[in-house]
Write a protein that binds this ligand. Sequence first.
Ligand SMILES: [Zn+2]
Length: 143
Amino acid sequence: MPRPVVEITHREEFSSAHRLHDPALSDEENRRLYGICNRDHGHNYALEVTVVGPVPTSGMVMDLKELGTVVQERILAVVDHRHLNHDVPFLAGVIPTAENLAVAFWHQIEPQLKGYAGCRLHRIRVYESRNNYVDFLGPAPVR
Ligand SMILES: [Zn+2]
């Protein structure tokens, strides 16, 4: 009988400052595009990292404690109580919308999971507020 495939998720919360500003646009265009988000401000973010795989004999797709360690070391240690535009090396040159954060977080976490046989990163979900979140399901497969 095939093993059931299960998604497992680790969630963390962090607080960061940011500003939505495209240096290719004028100040006036930035204000029109991003509104008050063109100013320095902050969010209480939540990050959910989902891994998927068949349930092996151990009963664990992946040890959630180890997934938590990866998320802590790769993301939280770098972004919590920081300014996302200035303080985070892997976000240099990135306009820190929730969409761009989800993509950048994927590329920080995915290589760390290569050693875990049988499972893979499935989704990065970034909540910018209680009501607004974005999902990234990974780069489109090359055809
Ligand atoms: Zn914002």
